[in-house]
Design a binder for this molecule. Structure first.
Ligand SMILES: Nc1ncnc2c1ncn2[C@@H]1O[C@H](COP(=O)(O)OP(=O)(O)OP(=O)(O)O)[C@@H](O)[C@H]1O
Ligand SMILES: [Mg+2]
Length: 270
């Protein structure tokens, strides 16, 4: 298999760049990630929707942790807007595990980013309520954000509402809809597309669901594992504005099939 190369994509205006990134947890004997390159161009008036696909354990969550500065790679560089990532980079992350603060109410959890920005309690409650309604949690806003008072899927919706309210430049989403029932999942996919068209954030989205990847993504990058590296790029040539009807088109089905075949080919070569 020929390695996917980014050289022809290099430009000065990249919002996210991973260059020669490697991860070893045993002093360099084994590499979980090696020679990993990812370049996401900045498209300020448009945003980008990038999806990472790969087998379980291929390092997808680790890559998101690098971009959010929660973890440093063993080697290589992680740049956002051309600078090394740091605590002041304007990034939101929705984690694979529920990540709400159980000692705070749903309302306060959703308004958290605005609290950090110094927005008054009244204003942030108002904005948080709008998002709470959008994600279908109205009536739960006074409850503490803990299990089992709220279900797993409801807790995940709090995290999604919180990350969207922060209106970040970069939104990292790690299997955000994995725990949701099908109706909520479809509603959340549509909500995310709607908000994305409005805010033009750069989204880096991880999922195991190929149909979700094609529906949401503009660019799909497929990772091999042991060591992890991007080996395929699939450009999703569907209209920018997508609806559930898009999923009914033959081209959508063809794209899903193509991504599935590519993933099977990569895992067979491993
Ligand atoms: N502290 C650590 N020590 C050793 N190995 C680790 C450590 N942290 C992560 N790993 C390994 O790094 C690899 C990548 O993990 P990561 O969680 O990024 O995978 P993933 O692609 O997100 O998987 P999934 O799809 O299951 O969420 C895994 O094999 C994991 O066991
Ligand atoms: Mg993961």
């Amino acid at each position: 298999m020929s390695d996917f190369r980014f050289e022809d994509k290099v430009s000065l205006d990249n919002i996210i760049e991973l260059k020669g990134v490697g991860q070893s947890y045993d002093g360099g004997q084994n590499w979980i990630i090696k020679d990993y390159d990812l370049i996401i161009e900045d498209k300020p008036a448009q945003g980008q929707f990038v999806v990472l696909l790969g087998m379980s354990g291929s390092g997808k969550s680790t890559i998101l942790r690098y971009i959010s500065a929660l973890q440093e790679p063993t080697e290589g560089q992680v740049l956002v807007h051309g600078k090394p990532v740091g605590p002041d980079t304007h990034i939101s992350m929705v984690f694979q595990q529920y990540s709400s603060l159980p000692w705070m109410t749903v309302l306060d959890n959703v308004g958290l980013a605005l609290q950090y920005q110094g927005v008054s309690k009244k204003d942030r409650d108002e904005k948080a309520m709008e998002l709470i309604k959008l994600v279908g949690l109205e009536g739960h806003e006074k409850k503490y954000a803990m299990y089992p008072t709220l279900s797993g899927g409801q807790l995940q919706r709090i995290a999604i509402a919180r990350s969207l309210l922060a209106n970040p430049d970069i939104l990292l989403m790690d299997e955000p809809f994995g725990a949701l029932d099908i109706k909520t999942r479809i509603q959340m996919q549509e909500l995310l597309l709607e908000l994305w068209e409005k805010f033009h954030s750069t989204v880096v989205f991880v999922t195991h669901d190929i149909s979700e990847a094609v529906y949401l993504g503009d660019d799909i990058y497929i990772m091999k594992y042991a060591p992890s590296k991007i080996v395929e790029h699939i450009s999703v040539d569907l209209p920018i504005h997508r609806t559930r009807e898009t999923k009914r088109t033959p081209h959508f089905t063809q794209l899903v099939q193509h991504v599935e075949d590519t993933m099977m080919k990569i895992s067979a070569e491993k």
